[in-house]
Design a protein around this ligand. Structure first.
Ligand SMILES: Nc1ncnc2c1ncn2[C@@H]1O[C@H](COP(=O)(O)OP(=O)(O)OP(=O)(O)O)[C@@H](O)[C@H]1O
Ligand code: SF4
Ligand SMILES: [Mg+2]
Length: 320
């Protein structure tokens, strides 16, 4: 079976102050139908750039330098804008960190959700729109959904707004939801509730989810696979349990070293690793991780590691 999404050798650079920042540099990744793939890595490693590239939502200074993003057989890099317009919001939906920015403050949330049905599915009947929106609100467990339909965003809590955004994303039964830090602006209890909602969506509709997050705990609970990004590259990609239990790339190992156990109730955010993410306009030669890697030697400063199968996953390290 072909994967729902196959990203091959993708390169996205930003033009910035007369420099080219290699934000995503030769990234390959697949997501199958009904699969949840977590994308983790330090701030600035290229996670959001990767997510935005799929729907071609990148800012105007971004350049597609190479590679393919094949979604359901269509290369989204080359597809005309008209095709992208049909896919975005219909087959590919986004959920971002701050639900506030995703909602129009002047329109009642039920009408905003309903607009998706009007726009993408050409549904005209007010009754049908109301019913479908209410059904979606109930699916994400918005209490008192009929009343909330007529609320303005400012009348809802952050968690409730994010539920509205997620339920709106489900209205068109998208094949892929790209969730970029969907829970990180919310408190831990609400985060847990939202995790359950994502899990429900996958169970019920076989929705695939790209889950971008700093929170290893969320990935451990929700994802089937995890891709670890470092400085624009994926350094390890595989089954979530295998990678978290027995990381093979030195970067993944450092990243996981001091993550508090989830059973302790800690928020399992990523550990900070000594040193800095390299300048993406002028990345170090060889392995990009070598200035911070405890195992680095002369070879690592020269030779750029390829993704290779190591045991049961992919790893980009010449010492593995
Ligand atoms: N519009 C832009 N113009 C120039 N550089 C950008 C732009 N957007 C992002 N970058 C740079 O590209 C790199 C990757 O950024 P990106 O936002 O994809 O990282 P991220 O992994 O999502 O980080 P975070 O965890 O902080 O959200 C960073 O170095 C960032 O500064
Ligand atoms: S290639 Fe070398 S520097 Fe890079 S992660 Fe492996 S050991 Fe470390
Ligand atoms: Mg980001």
């Amino acid at each position: 079976m072909l994967p729902l999404l196959e990203i091959r050798n993708l390169r996205i650079y930003y033009e910035y102050e007369r420099k080219l920042l290699r934000a995503v540099d030769n990234v390959s990744l697949t997501i199958d139908e009904g699969e949840i793939v977590g994308i983790v890595g330090e701030s600035g490693s290229g996670k959001s750039t990767l997510g935005l590239a799929i729907g071609r939502l990148l800012p105007s200074n971004a350049r597609f330098v190479g590679g393919e993003i094949v979604f359901n057989g269509v290369d989204l890099v080359k597809a005309p804008e008209s095709v992208l317009n049909k896919l975005r919001g219909r087959e590919i939906a986004y959920v971002f960190q701050d639900p506030h920015n995703s909602l129009n403050p002047t329109i009642k949330v039920g009408y905003q959700s309903g607009e998706v049905l009007r726009h993408h599915l050409m549904i005209k009947s007010k009754r049908e729109i109301f019913q479908r929106v209410i059904r979606a609100f109930k699916l994400v467990r918005i209490p008192d959904a009929e009343r909330r339909f007529y609320s303005y965003p400012h009348e809802l809590s952050g968690g409730m707004k994010q539920r509205v955004v997620i339920s709106t994303a489900t209205l068109t039964s998208p094949k892929l939801i790209i969730a970029d830090e969907p829970t990180s602006a919310l408190d831990v209890t609400i985060q847990r509730q939202l995790i359950n909602i994502f899990s429900d969506l996958r169970e019920r509709f076989k929705t695939s989810i790209m889950l971008i997050t700093h929170d290893i705990g969320v990935v451990a609970e929700l994802a089937d696979k995890v891709a670890v990004m470092y400085a624009g590259k994926i350094v390890e990609f595989g089954d979530v349990y295998r990678v978290l239990e027995d990381p093979q790339h030195p970067y993944t190992q450092l990243l996981l070293e001091s993550v508090p156990s989830i059973s302790e109730g800690g928020v399992a955010t990523l550990k900070s690793i000594p040193g800095f993410i390299p300048d993406l306009a002028n990345p170090p030669p060889g392995c990009r991780f070598h200035p911070r890697c405890p195992l680095a030697d002369e070879e690592c400063r020269i030779k750029e590691p390829d993704m290779r199968v190591v045991r049961d996953r992919y790893v980009a390290c010449i010492k593995r």
